[in-house]
Design a protein around this ligand. Structure first.
Ligand code: ATP
Length: 273
């Protein structure tokens, strides 16, 4: 059985009009299977339910109907088997980089001395050796996001859930963190579910790219992405400028194009109501 299974998952919310019994459907009949160790990227137009899908998998909300299974068991709440990284760093400002990573370990019952050691190892993994004692305000945006990633990895979750983690960063920092994430994924074998607006980011990172429809969100198509030398030394600019990369980018762009137009139309209609 797959590591993660979405079975006909629907999520509705009450509409703004509290008197109305009508529900707003954010996700409708999501079926998705993710294998252990897979890197799956979810793309879709704004408001199609990407974050809702990740929140459901993180156990932060419950499906209105359908089931989400992790290792064959229904997800009923958050757990240490899943680490979540959001767009905003969500670091504790009064703690150092090391203290923030240790924080992730406190809930796991790792003894204090080992916590420090483990936190150092994970800061090293994300290239932050030498910055252990800095507070978040003394770190750049990219470094803060690295701390957040180290914190999520330190308690060794099987699954890493990432909701546009690099969206707030400048292009160069984003690309270098993409490289780092690929390296970490190859080294640790985690299952990663990653949400982005960026088609290039999706092609660069994903083994599978799930393209969603505009609201209510459904999985429109799953595009398997594989490059000849993937997993080898073929990275960075070589990969981004290859003809295969351009082909995948175009394929996903074409799948998204109509959905984005429809989402914009829906937004306009809502604004005029
Ligand atoms: N708690 C909530 N109550 C009511 N509506 C909600 C709630 N959470 C999300 N929604 C609505 O559900 C829809 C999907 O939201 P979601 O944030 O999952 O989309 P998204 O694809 O992640 O969007 P974006 O790409 O803009 O971040 C949106 O229309 C949003 O307004």
């Amino acid at each position: 059985m797959a590591k993660i299974v979405f079975e006909d998952v629907t999520k509705t919310f009450p509409t703004k009009d509290k008197r109305s019994k009508e529900q707003f459907t954010a996700l409708d009949g999501i079926d998705l299977e993710i294998e252990a160790g897979e890197f799956v990227v979810v793309v879709g137009p704004s408001g199609c339910g990407k974050s809702t899908l990740l929140d459901l998998l993180g156990g932060l909300t419950r499906p209105s109907s359908g089931r989400i299974l992790l290792d064959g068991k229904p997800v009923t709440g958050p757990g240490l088997d899943r680490g979540i990284v959001f767009q905003q760093y969500a670091l504790l400002p009064w703690r150092t980089a090391l203290g923030n990573v240790e924080f992730g370990l406190e809930a796991t019952g790792v003894p204090r001395r080992q916590r420090k050691q483990r936190a150092r190892e994970f800061l090293d993994l994300v290239g932050l050796t030498g910055f252990e004692d800095r507070h978040p305000h003394e770190l750049s945006g990219g470094m803060r996001q690295r701390v957040a990633i180290a914190r999520s990895l330190a308690y060794d979750p099987d699954v890493l859930l990432m909701d546009e983690p690099f969206a707030a960063l400048d292009a160069q920092t984003r690309e270098s963190l993409q490289d780092e994430l690929r390296r970490i994924w190859q080294r640790t074998g985690k299952t990663v579910v990653f949400i982005t607006h960026g088609i290039e980011e999706a092609v660069y990172l994903g083994q599978k790219v799930a393209v969603m429809t505009s609201r209510p969100g459904r999985v429109k198509e799953i595009v398997p992405v594989s490059f000849g030398a993937r997993g080898g030394g073929f990275q960075g600019e070589d990969l981004r400028s290859s003809p295969e990369f351009a082909r995948y980018r175009h394929e996903i762009w074409a799948l998204l194009h109509d959905e984005v137009a429809r989402a914009q139309q829906l937004e306009k209609e809502e604004a005029t109501v």
